[in-house]
Ligand binder design. Structure first.
Ligand code: HEC
Ligand code: HEC
Length: 476
């Protein structure tokens, strides 16, 4: 059992503040009756391409920006905040990464060969060599995750085409975006492939038949485990104590991040709208909420119109507010013929499922899957491979079938052929600050995301519908 209050003790350790893009961050201090201790800001604002991103503490206690999350806990100078940058949605932005490279000649702790470089064997002895070695990080903001083909896998690695000459069956190079370390109380799966989800059932899902309290405990325990692994891996450290790992997990779970202001539509919680992180902090959630397949533990039927935060703007005279509300309606109501999605079509035995964006992004006003549901929407397909990405040829050991993919995803954990290319649907809040999108950063902008869906599922969106969807996604 994890100790409940360990997180509180972290505040006074007073180590170094990790890198943050403070130029763009305006932190406001909560008026506090306490004296002596440094005051924790009540919120952090950061300017992003569509307006202002805001982070608040869910419990209203303020944000401890001196805590362990921002301290170097390993041996290579990195903190969690090296890769989870508040001003860029607690992820990494390639333009901010390039700025950091320029300022430090590529020597900031972010630039470490272990997982920042295209290959751990990269030459980083000169500035030009470093620019080359860290090209994936500089262009896409991706980190190299190394995972082997598991023993007893149903498939073997028949061929590797790695532009960086490193990957092999004992360690595939998987270039992945840092997931935001915020809004974590809504998580049903930890990591893109669910590898830090241990759930009571030992599956990817945080158990769908457990009580909300059991699920909250499971999430805290998964995130504690994740924090320990992140210190060992990314920070090349030794094991950290349980209480420190739990403090990191509690800090993250207590963060709520969303767009607060849209440069055209104004404050996203004005005129009855329910955008912004304060509303998000109050958003009800339990594992299975609004489950698309009817597994909602409260027995409520699936509601496709689950992004309700801008409903009050449907009749707004401000054209930008109206566009955001129209985009929300498209997200919920636009019919999509979902085909060829492993984890959905095959498991349900339906060649075509008539759904919407909400079918997969079903958690109300949050947008991830409300149960652990790894699926393959085709992002890793050979047809979408760009020359900077490795391509893996996998052969099914019993059928001889071949699949080529840039990232086998969940299959590297389960060893199952049918899990190739499966990833979780991520939380869709605070999107504007954290381009590029998808696990591999292959969609540079939200327009690219919408274009992906338009072509992948042959939707036939009009330019107006695309613009409205992007206006909505940018306001989340
Ligand atoms: C070198 C960059 C880097 C550092 C440093 C780093 N992370 Fe991450 N983090 C990532 C990447 C990349 C992922 C996604 C990897 C994947 O899913 O395969 C990730 C994923 C996560 C997630 C999963 C979120 C979700 O939605 O599932 C959490 C939580 C997290 N990191 C917390 C931390 C903590 C806590 C620390 C410090 C102990 C830390 N990270 C340090 C790069 C980093
Ligand atoms: C069949 C299920 C499914 C449908 C339908 C679907 N999504 Fe997704 N969505 C996913 C999955 C899975 C991912 C993660 C894929 C990856 O990174 O490989 C994702 C990722 C995203 C992302 C990127 C988030 C990030 O942090 O990178 C956005 C934005 C998004 N979806 C918006 C939409 C919109 C808008 C629609 C409707 C046009 C939609 N989705 C329809 C399953 C779906």
């Amino acid at each position: 059992m994890l100790r409940r209050n360990a997180g509180r003790s972290a505040r006074h350790t007073g180590l170094r503040l990790g890198f943050m893009c403070l130029v763009a961050v305006i932190a406001f201090t909560a008026s506090s009756a306490h004296s002596g201790a440094k005051k924790a800001p009540a919120f952090i604002d950061a300017v992003d391409p569509s307006g202002v991103l805001r982070t608040v503490a869910v419990d209203g206690s303020g944000l401890d920006l001196q805590g362990p999350f921002f301290q170097s806990l390993g041996t290579n100078g990195r903190s969690c905040g090296t890769c989870h940058v508040a001003s860029t949605g607690w992820s990494l932005s390639p333009s901010e990464v390039r700025e950091r490279f320029k300022k430090t000649n590529g020597l900031d702790p972010l630039f470490r060969v272990v997982d920042g470089a295209n290959s751990p064997h990269s030459n980083v002895s000169t500035l030009a060599a470093r620019r080359n070695a860290y090209s994936m990080l500089l262009s896409r903001g991706v980190i190299r995750v190394g995972i082997p083909i598991p023993p007893n896998a149903e498939f073997e690695l028949a061929a590797v085409d790695d532009p960086y000459h490193y990957a092999s069956a004992s360690e595939l190079s998987l270039f992945r975006r840092p997931l935001p370390s915020t809004n974590l109380r809504f998580l049903t799966t930890v990591m893109w492939d669910g590898r830090e989800s241990y759930g009571p059932l030992g599956t990817t899902a945080i158990a769908s038949d457990a009580t909300p309290e059991q699920n909250a405990d499971a999430l805290l325990s998964d995130l504690t485990h994740q924090a320990r692994d992140a210190t060992l891996g990314h920070a090349q450290g030794t094991s950290i104590s349980d209480s420190l790992a739990e403090a990191l997990a509690r800090f993250e779970i207590n963060l709520a991040t969303a767009q607060q202001n849209d440069r055209f539509a104004g404050n996203l919680d004005s005129h009855g709208a329910l955008g912004g992180p304060d509303n998000l902090a109050d958003e009800p959630f339990y594992v299975t909420i609004n489950d698309v397949l009817g597994a909602d533990m409260m027995g409520r039927p699936f509601e496709s119109s689950s992004m309700t935060l801008f409903d009050k703007w449907q009749k707004s005279h401000n054209p930008h507010q109206a566009a955001i509300a129209r985009g929300a309606a498209i997200f919920s109501a636009m019919r999509i013929k979902i085909t060829g999605v492993a984890g959905l079509n095959d498991d349900l035995g339906q060649t075509t499922i008539i759904g919407s964006c909400t079918s997969c992004h079903d958690a109300p006003n949050v947008g991830n899957h409300s149960v652990g549901l790894p699926i393959d929407i085709g992002v890793t397909d050979e047809s979408r491979r760009t020359p900077d990405m490795p391509l893996y040829t996998l052969r099914n050991l019993s059928t001889g079938d071949i699949r080529r993919t840039t990232d086998p995803g969940r299959a590297l954990l389960t060893g199952k052929w049918k899990d190739i290319g499966k990833f979780k649907g991520p939380i869709l809040r605070g999107l504007a600050a954290r381009a590029p999108y998808f696990h591999d950063g292959s969609a540079e902008t939200l327009d690219d995301v919408v274009d992906f869906y338009d072509t992948r599922f042959n939707i036939g969106l009009t330019e107006q519908e695309k613009d409205d969807l992007v206006a909505f996604l940018s306001a989340l």
